[in-house]
Design a protein around this ligand. Structure first.
Ligand SMILES: [Zn+2]
Length: 102
């Protein structure tokens, strides 16, 4: 899926928001690999397995286009995602995105 440039920064400035829980929108099953979420001021969100803000590879990840909705579990933000749109990368970033701890 093509990534639109960030309307605010040009390159999305993805700031770590914390740990999260992710479920498959179709099967309602947990997707345990995806556990860290990031948000840009423009609204773009990424959920990843790795912790690219700590300079590690993304591994499995999904961008805004694959996020269907949110839920709350024990006060923590959870996400419904389209599992067909989960990608995999051994890189520490994605074209058009940079990752930050804060
Ligand atoms: Zn952005």
């Amino acid at each position: 899926m093509p990534i639109a440039p960030c309307s605010r920064y040009g390159v999305h400035r993805m700031v770590m928001q914390g740990m999260t829980a992710v479920k498959d929108d179709d099967t309602r099953e947990n997707i345990n690999t995806l556990g860290n979420w990031y948000k840009c001021d423009c609204g773009e969100r990424v959920i990843s397995e790795g912790t690219p803000h700590w300079d590690t590879a993304l591994l499995e990840y999904v961008t805004e286009g694959g996020i269907i909705g949110m839920f709350s579990i024990g006060g923590v933000a959870g996400f419904w995602v389209e599992s067909d749109l989960i990608n995999y990368s051994n890189n520490k970033t994605i074209d058009g995105y940079k990752f930050y701890a804060a």
